[in-house]
Design a protein around this ligand. Sequence first.
Ligand code: 4AD
Ligand code: MG
Length: 430
Amino acid sequence: MTIGTQGLKAAALDGQRVSMRGWLASRQDRGKLAFITLRDGDGQICVVCEETSMGAQDFLAARTAPRESAIMVHGTARPSPDGKGAELLAHSVWVLPSEADFPISRKDHGPDFLMEQRHLWIRSPKQAAILRIRSSLEFACQSFLHRQGFHRFDAPLMTPVSCEDTTELFKLDYFGKPAFLSQSAQLYSEAGIAALEKVYSMGPCFRAEKSLTRRHLTEFWGVEPEMAWVDAQENMAFQERFIRAILSAVADERSDDLALLGRDTASMVWDSASFTIIQYDEALHMLASSGREKSWGQDLSVEDEECLSMQFDRPFFVYKYPVACRAFYIEADPDRPEVALSSDCLMHGGFGEIITGGQRASDLAFLRARMAEHGLSEETFSWYLDLRRWGSVPHSGFGMGIERMLRWICGLHHIREAVPFARTPQRIWP
Ligand code: 4AD
Ligand code: MG
């Protein structure tokens, strides 16, 4: 029977004879013994190679196989000496040897070198754990939204319109016509809700921003739910349920990988007290008390968000930003038209923004005026304006960056480790 590293412990209970396959992550030689760390897609285990139990030829193959060789081992599963896990005593081994000098040694390498070798670096236990957690996070997002009655609605990635800041567009020559890589699926999802009511997209978003920060990528993955008949308050309440659900699913499913990263899953769940909502005005007061004076109307910077989020012990919302700080499509507060019914959800403890969301303008005349202020052409957006001509309803939605959330979950210093192949202003390799 062929089993994976996750099945070895059960097989060790009754000393089963099993086959395992994977890659040789490392080896320690001790005379007539060799200990191979065999890695597969879900973890790693120790293979004990003894000349007496496997014969001279296989023992030699096991002793000489370079790191990262593909190996198949047949042997007996048994409890490991510390009693906590299991190991495999090899009877035979088959090796497809790699070249000798795998570029990533076990000594410390700098981040630039590792990013150059990203296609190989993802094999390391920590990077593989992060990528498994990412997969679980993406599945948790989809699964929660599916259970809540959302339909997945895939938006185009090449578009004639800009959703967010027009200075951050990657331009394309689309058979002679100008086009852009999508910044966000939102505008298309707003079309989707009039057909399917509750939709979400999950896909790449592109931002040509030259920000060299630890939380910006030029290509990131967004999960973006959009809901008809939902106002800004209900939108925030839903975001809270979403965050709680995905974090608890990931904590359950990936507890071993999180432990490997030194993350305590208890820090990913909170008691039932709701996430606090503060208004932008209050945020300015809190910042001023921390020595960060800002005049009303200025957007919050990364440092402001970090400072604010130090003052909370769970995620929280900043609501009602000045209209000027937000995108053209926002709904204004009817009682205070200078503020938008728009929120950011920030992770606590110095982290900052994880989600932007809000209520969308549903009135045609108001939306037109906003577009004029932003210098957007009605011709290009005519299909979007149609959504306000026929069947316009109050509606809201939000977008969460998968890498931002993963960075928080895994406690990563830099967002570049939260995606298999990061794209930043300085990197489009490998
Ligand atoms: O805040 P953003 O720009 O909002 C929107 O795009 C809305 N249209 C979303 C919506 O309402 N459907 O992006 C949403 C989220 C951010 O909160 C952040 O988590 C992530 O996407 N994000 C980035 N992640 C990595 N690198 C970047 N350059 C990012 N820009 C945004
Ligand atoms: Mg934002």
